[in-house]
Design a protein around this ligand. Structure first.
Ligand SMILES: NC(=O)c1ccc[n+]([C@@H]2O[C@H](COP(=O)([O-])OP(=O)(O)OC[C@H]3O[C@@H](n4cnc5c(N)ncnc54)[C@H](OP(=O)(O)O)[C@@H]3O)[C@@H](O)[C@H]2O)c1
Length: 216
């Protein structure tokens, strides 16, 4: 399988790339700096350099020839409103359009649990972030592609346990980035899971089994 990761320089994107290349998949992706491209190249990832905010859907589409699935895991993580609008909002719209124009069918978005910040007295930028994330989920879910939205709860950096809780609704808890990446890789290899929003936590069920439970 050929997978293009937007956000491949990020933590989840990098772990996903490692997981997929380990399975023998071809991984490419978009990075902002040549140094990132070189580092990824040494790990067998064919990254292309481009500034998402400045690219057109056509220029992004030209990087997607022969790709089977696009994964979008770039994001501001709640930074300044302009970056959130550009990367968590318009960037996703652009990537969705590029995916369609390139004739790629599968589009996987890493989103966030909409209630993640509830009761935490968030500042304006964070409130804006969660609103943009929710609205972009609406846009992706209305697309005619084979879309999939994965909403992990709070991401933590610890070794994955290989077990999750996955379904249309999960409480906000936490999950290791390694387990998010492993879940994404497994989902990419399960084409019957399409046009769903799945929420993800750490949990008791082995990843492959949790995914099969969501095949309808
Ligand atoms: N933090 C959480 O608890 C949480 C919870 C649920 C979901 N999420 C979602 O999970 C996603 C992945 O998380 P992560 O830990 O992998 O995040 P990360 O390590 O911060 O990676 C973010 C990625 O987005 C890219 N990016 C950021 N700003 C950009 C810009 N202005 N233009 C182009 N690319 C830009 C980064 O590129 P550079 O390397 O060039 O900066 C990087 O590839 C997040 O984007 C968020 O949507 C996060």
């Amino acid at each position: 399988m050929k997978v293009f990761i937007i956000g491949v320089s990020g933590a989840v994107g990098g772990l996903l790339a490692r997981n997929l290349t380990g399975r023998g998949d071809d991984v490419s992706g978009l990075v902002r700096h040549d140094e990132q491209r070189a580092n990824l190249s040494a790990r067998g990832v064919d990254a292309r350099v481009g500034e998402l905010a400045d690219m057109t859907a056509d220029s992004l589409a030209s990087m997607l020839n022969g790709i089977d699935a696009v994964v979008y895991t770039a994001g501001s993580n709640g930074g300044a409103k302009e970056v959130t609008s550009a990367i968590d909002g318009e960037g996703v719209v652009k990537a969705l359009e590029a995916t369609r124009r390139a004739g790629v069918n599968r589009f996987v978005l890493v989103s966030v649990l909409p209630e993640a910040g509830r009761g935490q007295d968030l500042d304006g930028d964070a409130e804006f972030y969660f609103a943009v994330k929710k609205l972009i989920d609406v846009t992706v879910s209305e697309s005619d592609l084979d879309w999939l939205i994965l909403r992990p709860s709070m991401l933590v950096d610890r070794t994955g346990i290989g077990a999750i809780a996955l379904g249309p609704a999960q409480p906000h808890d936490e999950i290791s980035r390694e387990d998010v990446a492993a879940t994404l890789a497994e989902l990419l290899h399960e084409p019957r899971i399409r046009r769903q929003i799945l929420e993800l936590n750490q949990g008791p069920t082995p990843i492959a089994k949790a995914i099969q439970a969501n095949v309808h």
